[in-house]
Design a protein around this ligand. Structure first.
Ligand code: NAD
Ligand code: UDP
Ligand code: UDP
Length: 322
C-alpha cells in the first residue's frame, strides 16, 4: 500500500507536534516523527505507537537525515523561554543547522516543507497588531536572541532555498498557543498558571502583568497548519497563525483562578529581560489566503486545558502514593 503520502514531523513528540502527527494520521498520511526528546516525550505519542502508519525516530535535527518523504513539517525546537535558554547554543543550532538539513532533505526529495516560525520574529513590536510586512524589533544579543534570531535565520534559509533551488516552502508565524498535553513544567504562562492554580500555589506574574499576549487553542492552530500546507503553489507565507483576541497576563491569571475556584494568591516576580510588552496577530492574510480563523475562544480553550491538567495532576498524586 503505497498510496499514503509519507510526511515527516520534526519535533513530533512535543506539544504541537503530537497533535499534528495525530491529525496527519487521520488525514491518511504515513507519519514519521523525528524527535530528540529534549522537551518532548514518549508519553505524548504513546497512543500512536501501535498505529502501523506511524513511525518514531530518535533523532537530533542538527544532524543530517536521509529519508524519502512527500511533506516535511519542521517543528523541532524548544518553545518555552526556560527551555530554549537552557542551552542557547543548541537552540541556535537546532534552528539553523536543523533548517539547513531539513531544507536539504526537501531539495533532494522535492518535498513541500513547512516551517514553524514564530511571532517572536517581531520581537518587542513597534507595530500593533503585527502584520507580516512588519520587520520586527529583536535584540540580537539578548537572552531571547538564540530563539528569535535562530527563527529569523531559519526564515531566511527557507526563502533562500526557495529562490535559489525552487524548494516548495510554507512559513507560518505562530503566536502563543496552548492546550492539553503541554508539559506541567513547560514554563509557559498558560500551563504555569493552571498548574499553580490547581495546586493552590502562588500564581507567578512576571512584571506588573500589563503585558499582553493573544492565546490560540491548539486545535485551531493545527487546522491552520493543514490549510497552509494544502494551499495553492504560490502561497509561501510568511503567514501569521494566532488568535487575535488580546489579553493582559494579569487578566489571564484572574480568569484561571476564577475558573478553577483556586485559593492561590498572586505574586509578582521580575519581568524577564526583553519580554515583549504586547502581541496580537493581524490575521488578514490567513483569512484571505487560507479561509482560516480561530474558532475556540479563550474561556472555552482554558476549560478544556484545565480539565486535562486536573486529571493529569490527580493521577500523578495517585502514582506518587503507590
Ligand atoms: P515543544 O517544546 O513542546 O516541542 C518541541 C519539540 O522539538 C520537542 O518534542 C523537542 O524534544 C523537539 N526538539 C527540540 N530540539 C530538537 C532537536 N535538535 N532535534 C529534534 N527534536 C528536537 O514546543 P511546541 O510548543 O510544540 O512548539 C513546536 C514548534 O512550534 C517549535 O518550533 C516552536 O518554536 C514553534 N512555536 C510554538 C509556539 C507555541 O505557542 N506553542 C509559538 C510559536 C512557535
Ligand atoms: N541533507 C539531509 N538529508 C538529505 C539531503 C541533505 O539531511 O536528504 C542535509 C545535508 O547534511 C546537507 C544539508 O542537508 O549538508 C543541506 O543540503 P544541500 O543539498 O543544500 O547542501 P550540500 O549537500 O550541498 O551541502
Ligand atoms: N509569564 C508570567 N508568569 C509565568 C510565565 C510567563 O507572567 O509564570 C509571562 C511572561 O513574562 C510573558 C507572558 O507571560 O510576558 C508569556 O510568556 P510565555 O513564556 O508563555 O511566552 P512568550 O510569549 O514570552 O514566549
Amino acid at each position: 500500500m503505497h498510496d499514503r503520502k509519507p510526511a515527516l514531523v520534526t519535533g513530533g513528540a512535543g506539544f504541537l507536534g503530537s497533535f499534528l502527527c495525530e491529525r496527519l494520521l487521520r488525514e491518511g498520511h504515513d507519519v514519521i516523527c523525528a524527535d530528540n526528546y529534549f522537551t518532548g516525550s514518549r508519553e505524548n505519542i504513546q497512543h500512536l505507537l501501535d498505529d502501523p502508519h506511524f513511525e518514531f525516530i530518535r533523532h537530533d535535527v542538527t544532524f543530517p537525515l536521509y529519508l524519502e518523504v512527500d511533506e516535511i513539517y519542521n517543528l523541532a525546537c524548544p518553545a518555552s523561554p526556560v527551555h530554549y535558554q537552557f542551552d542557547p547554543v543548541q537552540t541556535v543550532k537546532t534552528n539553523v543547522h536543523g533548517a539547513i538539513n531539513m531544507l536539504g532533505l526537501a531539495k533532494r526529495t522535492g518535498a513541500r516543507i513547512f516551517q514553524a516560525s514564530t511571532s517572536e520574529v517581531y520581537g518587542d513590536p513597534a507595530v500593533h497588531p503585527q502584520t507580516e510586512s512588519y520587520r520586527g524589533s529583536v535584540n540580537p544579543i539578548g537572552p531571547r536572541a538564540c530563539y528569535d534570531e535562530g527563527k529569523r535565520c531559519a526564515e531566511t534559509l527557507f526563502f533562500d532555498y526557495h529562490r535559489q533551488y525552487g524548494v516548495d516552502i510554507r512559513v507560518a508565524r505562530i503566536f502563543n498557543t496552548y492546550g492539553p498535553r503541554m508539559h506541567p513544567d513547560d514554563g509557559r504562562v498558560v500551563s504555569n498558571f493552571i498548574v499553580q492554580a490547581l495546586r493552590n500555589e502562588p500564581i507567578t506574574i512576571f512584571g506588573d502583568g500589563s503585558q499582553t499576549r493573544s492565546f490560540c487553542y491548539v486545535d485551531d492552530l493545527i487546522e491552520g497548519f493543514i490549510r497552509l500546507m494544502a494551499a495553492p503553489d504560490d502561497v509561501t507565507g510568511p503567514i501569521n497563525l494566532g488568535n487575535p483576541a488580546e489579553f493582559e497576563v494579569r487578566q489571564l491569571a484572574e480568569m484561571v483562578v476564577a475558573m478553577i475556584g483556586s485559593r492561590s494568591p498572586i505574586v509578582y516576580k521580575p519581568l524577564p529581560t526583553d519580554d515583549p510588552t504586547r502581541r496580537k496577530p493581524d490575521i488578514t492574510r490567513a483569512t484571505q489566503q487560507l479561509g482560516w480563523q480561530p474558532t475556540v475562544p479563550l474561556h472555552e480553550g482554558l476549560a478544556r486545558t484545565i480539565a486535562y491538567f486536573d486529571k493529569k495532576l490527580s493521577s500523578a498524586v495517585v502514582d506518587m502514593r503507590w
